[in-house]
Structures are given as C-alpha cells and as structure tokens.
Design a protein around this ligand. Structure first.
Ligand SMILES: CC(C)(COP(=O)(O)OP(=O)(O)OC[C@H]1O[C@@H](n2cnc3c(N)ncnc32)[C@H](O)[C@@H]1O)[C@@H](O)C(=O)NCCC(=O)NCCS
Ligand SMILES: Nc1ncnc2c1ncn2[C@@H]1O[C@H](COP(=O)(O)OP(=O)(O)OP(=O)(O)O)[C@@H](O)[C@H]1O
Length: 205
C-alpha cells in the first residue's frame, strides 16, 4: 500500500515520517531525492545551471541552495521552471525506490513524504493521504527557528504552497502537530494501526 504524507512547510512531515519509520513503514522522502538528483553532473543539476547560471553554484560545484532558494521563492516563474526540471527526475527515482521496497516485501506500507503532494496532483496516485498540520502562527515560528530565515523569506516560503488549512480537505487522516511530540506520536500510532488494518483487509480480498 502506498500512502501520501504531506503538510505545508515546517508543519512536521519529517517529524511524523521518522515516527512512521520507527513503526515499520518504508519512507520515500522527496526532499532527500531532490538533493540526490541535484548532485553535480546529474541531468537536473546541468539543466539548473543552464537556466539559472553558474552564479547559483558553490566553488565546489554543488548548488548553493540558499541562493537558488532566494531566487525561486521570490519569483513564481523561476520556481515553476525549477519544478519542471526537478520533478520528473524525482518521480523516476521515487518509483524506482518504491518498486525496490515492494519487491523485497509486497506487504510493506510505503509512505511517500512529499511537500507538494496535493499541488502536483500526486495525491490521486496514492491509496490514502495523511496531512500534518499546525496553525499558521506555529508554522511560521517553527520555520523561523529551524531555518533561521528572515521574516520576509519565511513568509514567501509559506506562500509558495497551498495553505495547510486547504490541504486538510484532501486528508484521509489528519495529524495535529500543534501539541507536544508525545501527543503527535499517539496520533501517529493510531493512524498506523488503521493503515495496518486496511492493509490486512486488502490482503484478504
Ligand atoms: C529551492 C531549493 C533549492 C531550496 O533548498 P533548501 O535546502 O533551502 O530547502 P529544502 O530542499 O530542504 O526544502 C525545504 C522545504 O521547502 C519547501 N519547498 C521546496 N521546494 C519548493 C517548491 N518548488 N515549491 C514550494 N515549496 C518548496 C518544501 O516544503 C520543502 O520541504 C530546493 O528546495 C529545491 O530545489 N526545490 C525544488 C524541488 C521541489 O519542488 N522540492 C519540494 C517538493 S519535491
Ligand atoms: N510537536 C512539535 N513540537 C515542537 N517542535 C516541533 C514539533 N514537531 C516538529 N517540530 C519542529 O518544527 C520544525 C519543523 O518540523 P519538520 O522539519 O518535521 O517539518 P516539515 O514539515 O518536514 O518541514 P519541510 O516542509 O521544510 O520539510 C522542526 O525544527 C521540528 O523539530
């Protein structure tokens, strides 16, 4: 079974995906794949350099993610271009990793941890969707604290995604991450138990 996990920036997807991994899920992490396909020499890296110029590289040839982030979160057209370059590669790698995980054990629950799951329509490809949410003030405060962004940069990053309030409408399972980590873990355990039940029902059909 493939399950989508999303939220908006800094609402707690990574926190929840670590808990699901501890419970036995296979996690396919889109942000991690983005970094892999953007390694120097890879096709996406080359296309990014061609489009954005060598000024977005560090001296060692790796992307300067802060510089590229500043460019794309400031400008929707540049962001769209970056998405067009990167997303097809991420899809390929995501599908490969999924096939590999299921080849070893077809009964495993595979979680696609994808920030833009709903914006890109990928929620239609998964069997269930989990949305992790917090209120806007908590989201903003956690983002500022984690990434040490300016207030303006944080607002732009939040504005680059569908508001989490809207994403909640697409959820089969909601996780309120506005409380303590322990409170979140209890909800994650609850969702996991339900996924296991669904998995068993599917297997016995
Ligand atoms: C812009 C880049 C260079 C910034 O790198 P940086 O290391 O600062 O951030 P990181 O990759 O860890 O992403 C942090 C968060 O930003 C948000 N985010 C990233 N890219 C995007 C995007 N294109 N649109 C909206 N939100 C985004 C996500 O919530 C993500 O979890 C990088 O995020 C990137 O190349 N993005 C394009 C690919 C993409 O769409 N990734 C997210 C979904 S697959
Ligand atoms: N319940 C919580 N209480 C306090 N802090 C939390 C809680 N959950 C997550 N955090 C912190 O909030 C920040 C954002 O969480 P996390 O990195 O899991 O979000 P994310 O949705 O994966 O972000 P991104 O979209 O950028 O990948 C992190 O610094 C994390 O440690």
């Amino acid at each position: 079974m493939i399950v989508g996990l999303t939220g908006s920036i800094a609402t707690g997807k990574s926190t929840v995906s670590k808990m699901l991994a501890d419970l036995g899920a296979v996690i396919i992490d889109a942000d991690k794949i983005v970094r892999e396909v953007q390694q120097p020499g890879e096709r996406a890296w080359r296309e990014i350099v061609d489009f954005f110029g060598e000024e977005i590289l560090q001296p060692n040839g790796e992307l300067d993610r802060a510089k590229l982030g500043a460019r794309v979160f400031d400008n929707p057209e540049s962001r769209e271009k970056l998405n067009q370059i990167v997303h097809p590669r991420v899809r390929e790698e995501r599908d490969l990793q999924t096939q590999e995980a299921l080849a070893h054990n077809p009964n495993r629950i595979v979680i696609w941890d994808i920030p833009l799951l709903i914006e890109t329509g990928i929620h239609r490809e998964v069997e269930r969707t989990i949305v992790v949410y917090v209120d806007q003030e908590t989201q903003y405060a956690r983002l500022l604290k984690r990434d040490e962004l300016s207030a303006e940069a944080a607002r732009k990053r939040i504005a680059a995604q569908m508001p989490v309030e809207e994403k909640k409408r697409y959820a089969d399972f909601l996780i309120d991450n506005g409380g303590t980590i322990e409170e979140t873990f209890q909800q994650v355990q609850d969702v996991w138990a339900k996924l296991l039940r669904l998995q068993e029902e599917g297997a016995s059909l």
